[in-house]
Ligand binder design. Structure first.
Ligand code: PLP
Length: 361
């Protein structure tokens, strides 16, 4: 237990002096923080909460040791992919207190996804409380200020026996986390994908379904083998408008206008996307959500991608049908300025006037 008593005695010039500390010095896990990439480091605890048909709501959430979970072989998640995931980060401020960034937005997005997937979901309060408890139980894994973040991964999955094609009777909400460093250290060189599609109208591309990523492994692997870092998907109907990367939203800048594809079902409504749109408007840019023809990419001054893991990252180049265009990069770009502002707010360096952060300890 951490002793929260504010009074301490310190030996100063051979005399014991009473000093007042408002907080304990933070304790850290034995991690080489500067070598963290975006990979799993096993932390101490995870949070698990269940729902069985007949229950009124999710209940009996508990923290348990991080480890493997048991599932019925005929569970909805294993057989039919009835599941959702979320992703958000906890950051340490310079004074070592811990901040969450817009966790209620993730909770709301999970509720939306649960509705589309016929799943029961935790309430916004339950979601935020579970995330808070998970972070506090794993406090020593939250990297020191400026050296990374604790990436939090909530899951909502259909559990229990179920062979028929119908929604599961039981659901598990699980929250685990991992300290992470930079998501993508290299340049972002995108290859426009004109054969495979990520999302279709009426499909599940607009929610964080667990089935969102595995179908893009094929084009992603092929693009990486050719030296690209990610693919840029086109809309499935016309094949002429850009949609997003495999796990990030996209923006283009021209003059005073910043544009991003409308999130109307085939675009994942990113919370970073939403935050960047608000920050860019505040900077005086005209922010537009609209259909973005691929041709506009070749006319843009800057292109950048957004997502919780990468935050905001300028795109170095885009290649489409053998033609490559390169863009401005670095801190002097609009993307660089947006990155500095957003990470400043997330880490408590810049005053949060928008009420986006939540101090949890
Ligand atoms: C999660 C995700 C994003 C980014 O959303 P954030 O809330 O900003 O992290 C973008 N595209 C896809 C496909 C995603 O799954």
């Amino acid at each position: 237990m951490v002793d929260r008593s504010p009074v301490r005695y310190r030996l100063v010039n051979s005399k014991f002096t009473v000093v007042t500390y408002s907080r304990e010095k933070a304790e850290y896990a034995n991690v080489n923080w500067d070598e963290l990439g975006f990979a799993l480091t096993k932390i101490d605890y995870m949070y698990v909460m269940n729902f069985t048909q007949g229950d009124e709501k999710f209940s009996h959430g508990t923290l348990t040791r991080f480890g493997n979970i048991e599932l019925c072989p005929s569970s909805g998640i294993l057989n039919y992919g009835q599941g959702l995931f979320e992703g958000l980060k906890a950051y340490r401020k310079a004074d070592e207190r811990i901040l969450l960034f817009r966790p209620e937005e993730n909770a709301l997005r999970m509720k939306m996804g649960a509705d589309r997937m016929c799943m029961t979901s935790p309430t916004v309060e339950q979601f935020v409380d579970s995330v808070r408890k998970t972070v506090l139980a794993n406090k020593r894994w939250v990297p020191p200020h400026g050296r990374g973040s604790l990436y939090i991964r909530p899951l909502l999955i259909g559990t229990g026996p179920n062979l028929g094609v119908k929604p599961a009777f039981e659901y598990t909400f699980l929250v685990y986390a991992s300290p992470v460093g930079s998501y993508n250290k290299g340049e972002l060189n995108l290859l426009v994908e004109d054969k495979f599609h990520r999302a279709t109208p009426g499909g599940t591309g607009g929610i964080k379904a667990v089935t969102n990523y595995s179908p893009v492994y094929k084009p992603l692997t092929q693009a990486k083998a050719k030296g690209f870092s990610d693919v840029l998907f086109l809309d499935a109907l016309s094949g002429s408008h850009i949609e997003e990367g495999s796990a990030c939203n996209i923006f283009i800048l021209k003059g005073n206008v910043i544009s991003t594809p409308t999130a109307d079902g085939t675009i994942l409504p990113g919370i970073t996307r939403k935050s960047i749109m608000e920050l860019a408007s505040g900077f005086g840019y005209q922010v537009e959500e609209r259909a973005l023809p691929i041709d506009e990419v070749f006319d843009a001054e800057e292109v950048f991608c957004t997502g919780t893991a990468m935050v905001v990252k300028p795109v170095a180049s885009i290649t489409y049908q053998g033609k490559t265009i390169e863009y401005k990069q670095g801190e002097e770009t609009v993307a660089g300025r947006l990155y500095a502002t957003l990470t400043g707010i997330q880490t408590g360096v810049i005053e949060d006037k928008l009420g986006w952060t939540m101090t949890i300890d």
